[in-house]
Ligand binder design. Structure first.
Ligand code: DX5
Ligand code: ZN
Length: 222
């Protein structure tokens, strides 16, 4: 089984030093860099936009994994692609024309992802599977870092894994990931783990601390 990938969420990083915080987690061994974009409308928190994505892009050597928690997202897809996103994930709950939005993301040259809220069933993706590169299973209600993992999502991961079959689609699990919860979702079929607080803590820590945190999550999954 290939090693699980870790995508630390910069939501828990020191925002005054984002370039440094990104270089540090990459040096510490992360696989992707997860960027949580929130609009204070679709979710009750307001974070960053395409301008900040563009500014941090030169600091990312791995993959810029952009998770859009904004409504509407369609008018902003090009801005995030132009800012250098490798992956753009959107929520089907706010996309009446999900199929079209996913095709737009691919046409912009990015990998297309969908993020499912805890109450959204896996089968909303049944007819979109061929437009997808990535599925994010939200294991907390989106909006904030540091929330507790929702065990109800493990069954959804299993269901999605079987829906994917032999397609080239990765399952990413986002929210409440720790060395305790990580093995549960990997066993169910997760390929990539988002971890904000479990990697960054409150942010502004030494690279060696980040490396130990990433190693602890990966080690727990073996
Ligand atoms: C929640 C975000 C997550 C969050 C993860 O809305 O999408 O990426 O920051 O943070 P932790 O790992 O602290 O739950
Ligand atoms: Zn996220």
């Amino acid at each position: 089984m290939p090693d699980v990938k870790i995508s630390p969420s910069i939501l828990s990083a020191d925002f005054a030093n984002l370039g440094h915080e990104i270089r540090a987690i990459e040096e510490a061994g992360c696989d992707w860099v997860h960027v949580d974009v929130m609009d204070g409308h679709y979710v009750p928190n307001l974070t960053i936009g395409p301008g900040v994505c563009k500014a941090i892009r030169p600091h990312i050597k791995t993959v810029m994994d952009v998770h859009l928690m904004i409504a509407p997202a369609d008018p902003f897809l090009k801005a995030f692609a132009d800012a250098g996103a490798d992956h753009i994930s959107i929520h089907p709950e706010v996309h009446p024309h999900l199929d079209r939005s996913l095709q737009v993301i691919r046409d912009l040259g990015c990998k297309a992802g969908v993020a499912l809220n805890p109450s959204t069933p896996a089968n909303v993706l049944k007819h979109a599977m061929d437009r997808l590169d990535l599925i994010i299973v939200m294991s907390v209600n989106p909006g904030f870092g540091g929330q507790s993992f929702l065990h109800s999502q493990i069954e959804k991961i299993r269901e999605l894994k079987s829906m994917i079959g032999d397609r080239d689609i990765l399952i990413e699990v986002d929210g409440g990931i720790t060395p305790i919860t990580a093995p549960l979702v990997v066993e169910a079929g997760a390929d990539v783990l988002v971890a904000g607080s479990a990697v960054y803590g409150k942010g502004g820590q030494a690279t060696s601390v980040y490396a130990a945190n990433i190693k602890a999550i990966k080690a727990a999954c073996h």
